[in-house]
Design a protein around this ligand. Structure first.
Ligand SMILES: Cc1cc2nc3c(=O)[nH]c(=O)nc-3n(C[C@H](O)[C@H](O)[C@H](O)COP(=O)(O)OP(=O)(O)OC[C@H]3O[C@@H](n4cnc5c(N)ncnc54)[C@H](O)[C@@H]3O)c2cc1C
Length: 458
């Protein structure tokens, strides 16, 4: 990037907020994928007007701009693959308003999700989307990826909570869309277009979010199975029985084993799978749901543990949250996918991954958000081993084809970004893909905003 351009960027954001030293650039060169692409500069704007000025400059000079929240993305969305400028939202991190009466919050994009949840708690409110990365990731990044988490089975994902947006369009105009009210149907629903657009259609500079009353009570159960098929087969049954869990998570045998290697988890040795079930709501609601669940489990002769207190609940959650880091005791690398299948087809998916692992001589484990069919499939490998790297790539391609054939989706929460772009045509109809590309072209005629993401071939 030429010196004159750097000086113009410095004028927009202020000198301390424009980074060009190699050691500073390297801090913005990676994300959750472990891939590295060095930007030419990093800008930390403080307002929508500064973001707009940067985008106008980028259009005049033809450099790429890549929005970045906390860089926890799992698909390379925040990586500057075409060089150019990383636009980090870290300075735009104010909670602008919490309105308990109307149950909304207005925030800047760099607010950390967990910080917003803690602030809302003081008003007896909750913001449900709860990605496991919530202590670090930002609301802007969540909206760009349409993030979800364990509570999605009952409460939905980010798109269910974003009701208003201020967006800087790729050509530098500032657009406001959406409402501050529970209802509103004027014009096209642009919120649903922009939420989940992975930083390719505009940069969020302000978000209006719905919130909900904080549930009074929560109860946690760990269901223990000696058969994987029995555990995965039960998921649809629990929901069909009228139980409305706020968490319905699953771990397979390998996931349990790697966790047990690190933390004590008192379980029978023959444990082949676990389901983590939580129920929340008012005292009366929870009592009714608990009765229903316990009766259902006893009738099905299913072993379970009920967390007696917060300490026991924390122990159970520690096990679930430890899966992702603990898998690296198996192999140094993983291909981590978050495919979605219809709930009733989870047993088919799990059986398929077991067969795939045996056929290709790989370790593949499955865990995650069984309640909404969003299963994390981790293909473990050592990338320096050529055979394993090739088998891993083959396993991933076969997995995606199988999921699409089941009527599922390539991603439930991590998005497409860079890593899955080549597989998008498997799921998206050719005409729908044409419409999507036309929308991108119309909003970003010079292709400066996060180029090379989502679409095969850029
Ligand atoms: C340990 C771990 C656990 C995780 N668990 C979950 C999980 O349970 N559920 C889940 O959904 N995800 C999970 N993720 C993935 C990740 O945390 C989410 O995708 C999150 O939403 C990314 O937020 P971020 O602020 O880090 O965004 P980044 O990684 O910085 O960016 C992600 C995308 O958002 C775009 N973007 C960022 N800010 C803006 C903005 N203001 N305007 C427009 N575009 C923007 C970027 O260009 C990029 O395309 C996990 C990741 C890790 C590392």
């Amino acid at each position: 990037m030429q010196r004159a351009l750097i000086r113009e960027l410095e004028t927009i954001v202020g000198r301390p907020n424009l980074l060009t030293a190699p050691e500073e650039l390297s801090c913005y060169s990676y994300d959750g994928t472990g891939r590295i692409f060095l930007p030419e500069a990093v800008a930390l704007p403080g307002s929508a007007a500064e973001v707009a000025a940067i985008l106008r400059l980028a259009n005049r000079h033809g450099f790429a701009v890549v929005p970045r929240g906390a860089g926890t993305g799992m698909t390379g969305g925040s990586l500057p693959t075409a060089g150019g400028l990383v636009l980090a939202t870290a300075r735009m991190n104010r909670i602008l308003e919490i309105d308990p009466e109307n149950m909304i919050a207005v925030v800047e994009p760099g607010v950390v999700t967990g910080d917003l949840q803690a602030a809302l708690k003081k008003h007896n409110l909750m913001y449900p989307p709860d990605p496991a990365s919530l202590k670090f990731c930002t609301i802007g990044g969540n909206a760009a990826e349409c993030a979800g988490g364990p509570s999605a089975v009952k409460y939905g994902v980010t798109r269910d909570y974003v009701i208003g947006l201020e967006i800087v369009l790729p050509t530098g105009e500032i657009m406001r869309t959406g409402v501050r009210t529970e209802k509103g149907v004027v014009g096209y629903d642009l919120i649903r277009l922009f939420v989940g657009s992975e930083g390719t259609l505009g940069i969020f500079t302000r978000l209006v979010l719905r919130t909900l009353p904080l549930p009074e009570r929560k109860e946690t159960y760990l269901l223990i199975f000696d058969s994987l098929a029995r555990a995965t087969g039960l998921v649809a049954g629990i929901l069909a029985a009228g139980i409305r869990p706020c968490t319905l998570e699953y771990m397979d045998r390998t996931a349990i084993r790697v966790v047990r290697d690190h933390i004590p988890l008192p379980l029978p040795p023959e444990t082949a799978a676990l389901l983590l079930v939580e129920i929340d709501g008012s005292g009366v609601e929870v009592a009714g749901q608990q009765d229903l669940l316990v009766r259902y489990l006893r009738e099905g002769d299913i072993a379970f543990r009920h967390a007696a207190d917060d300490r026991e609940r924390a122990e159970i959650w520690l096990a679930r949250r430890s899966v992702s880091p603990a898998v690296f005791s198996l192999k140094p690398d993983k291909i981590s996918e978050d495919v979605v299948v219809p709930r009733s087809r989870i047993p088919d998916l799990v059986r398929f991954t077991e067969e795939l692992a045996a056929d290709l001589d790989l370790t593949i484990l499955t865990f995650g958000h069984a309640g909404d069919g969003n299963i994390h499939v981790n293909i473990m490998l050592d990338r320096t081993d050529k055979r394993e790297a090739e088998q891993g790539a083959a396993a991933r391609a076969a997995l995606f084809q199988f999921v699409v054939d089941l009527g599922g989706s390539l991603s439930g929460e991590h998005g497409i970004g860079l890593t899955k772009a080549e597989f998008v045509p498997l799921e998206i109809d050719a005409n729908a893909l044409k419409v999507m590309k036309n929308i991108k072209r119309m909003l970003d005629p010079n292709n400066i905003l996060n180029p090379g993401k989502i679409f095969p071939g850029g």
